[in-house]
Ligand binder design. Structure first.
Ligand code: HEM
Length: 399
């Protein structure tokens, strides 16, 4: 891009920011009207709730502000690219999205969107898209090149289905082609693709891998979402997917993973079903003889999933293990440290003896916000705090 085009993009970015949600709402409407097949790719619940709209809009402003130094965006691009690769976003989708995004800018801004402005944004989008495409190409190659790896979706059979609590099931999944499964990094997730009978299009959801160590299966652990619109996939998996049934899955992805340095102490903090990615992290950390603090917050002891699995690990290996039951009713039969009530700053101060440790947090946005705030208040540095959101990342980052 030449300086004139860069100036145009930078100076019009605040205007787009102002109309951001209108533009992306218009963009999605027109995109899906012309390409309904893309509804097989996008999460329609995120569309309905507006979550994905915010994510795309925010990324566009961020990119526009750095259009003359796009390399600063690479860490953010990588995070999104993991999600795109996991879902199956392809290079050929980018020009389609570009065309409709440009069209929406024109439609919303009307006469203010001059030819010069549109031409500059077209180039800017092209440059941003090229970065995504090249990062994602590498990720597809890595996924396919790994031992036992694959690049798109492939069928898995449910080998075991375990009820973990009244509203949570685990699924043990084995590849139908019986190839060995690639190793994954603890904390990574997979995308599951199913055809829910009541839905016209395929549905895709991400679930963290919740077990580690046995290479013959992948385990996902699914909570039934109470809101019907949010829970179309979880309800389908709970009610209709049984042992012997097949579902499609893409290869593990995601950058919420344990740091490689094996000696480093770790603190794993989870709320509710956010415990899922911390289970492989715990098991891997045990293997690596790390100094581990495992902290879990859950409403009731009945909702505390993996209770026996954790108890077994706790009996065998030295790690510090604390559970907070927010309803105030502790489990007298158990030997781990228990707190009646929610986790507060003083608890973290008491339990996290080493502020130099790496902290990994997973749970609802509200839970994560509270934990991050408390950790910072007790002197933990931001760069030591890693977190995984269940909702699109960019919208969590700004709310
Ligand atoms: C997710 C940005 C292109 C499909 C996301 C997220 C962001 C984003 C910020 C949220 C990430 C998260 O949840 O952590 C962008 C940007 C693009 C682009 C800046 C262009 C430069 C595309 C294309 C497609 C696509 C070409 C495919 C047609 C998706 C899907 C999701 C997603 C399906 C998952 C969320 C959902 O289903 O609602 N993207 N994206 N994106 N993107 Fe993109």
């Amino acid at each position: 891009m030449n300086q004139h085009e860069i100036d145009i993009v930078k100076s019009t970015a605040p205007v787009l920011a102002q109309y951001g949600e209108q533009i992306t709402t218009c963009f999605y409407r027109n995109l899906f009207e012309a390409h309904p097949e893309l509804l097989n790719v996008f999460n329609r619940t995120n569309q309905r709730t507006g979550r994905q709209q915010t994510a795309l809009a925010n990324t566009v402003y961020a990119a526009a502000q750095h259009i003359d130094q796009l390399h600063v965006l690479v860490p953010v691009v990588k995070q999104i690219a993991h999600k795109h690769r996991s879902i199956g976003v392809k290079a050929e989708h980018y020009p389609i999205v570009g065309e409709f995004l440009l069209g929406a800018i024109k439609e919303v801004l009307g006469d203010s969107a001059t030819d010069d402005i549109l031409a500059a944004w077209k180039k800017a989008y092209g440059d941003i898209a090229d970065i995504f495409i090249s990062v994602e190409k590498e990720m597809y190659e890595q996924a396919e090149g790994a031992k036992g790896g694959w690049s798109d979706y492939k069928p898995f059979v449910v080998a075991k289905k375990v009820k973990e609590s009244s509203d949570v099931y685990s699924f043990y999944l084995k590849p139908v082609d019986q190839n060995p499964l690639p190793t994954f990094l603890p904390g990574q997730y997979v995308s599951v693709r199913v055809q829910v009978p009541s839905e016209e299009f395929m549905s895709i959801r991400q679930y963290s891998l919740s077990d580690f160590g046995d290479q013959s299966y992948y385990r996902i652990t699914v909570k039934r979402e109470v809101n019907v619109a949010e829970g179309e996939v979880s309800a389908y998996l709970h009610d209709h997917v049984e042992v012997g049934n097949e579902i499609e899955m893409s290869a593990p992805a995601g950058d919420f993973v344990l740091e490689q340095s094996e000696e480093h102490p770790v603190v794993l903090i989870s709320g509710g079903v956010g415990i899922t990615p911390t289970m492989p992290m715990l098991k891997k950390s045990i293997e690596e003889h790390r100094d581990i603090t495992f902290i879990h917050a859950v409403r009731t002891k009945e909702q505390h999933i993996f209770k026996d699995e954790l108890q077994e690990l706790f009996a065998k290996y030295p790690f510090s293990y604390h559970v907070a039951y927010s309803d105030g009713d502790v489990d007298a039969d158990r030997t781990y440290d228990q707190k009646a009530g929610r986790i507060i700053r003083d608890d973290l101060q008491k339990w996290c003896k080493n502020p130099e440790a790496s902290f990994y947090i997973c749970g609802s946005p509200l839970f994560m916000e509270e934990m991050i705030k408390s950790l910072k208040a007790i002197g933990v540095k931001s760069e030591s705090i890693h977190f995984e959101a269940f909702t699109p990342k960019m919208s969590v980052a700004v709310t």
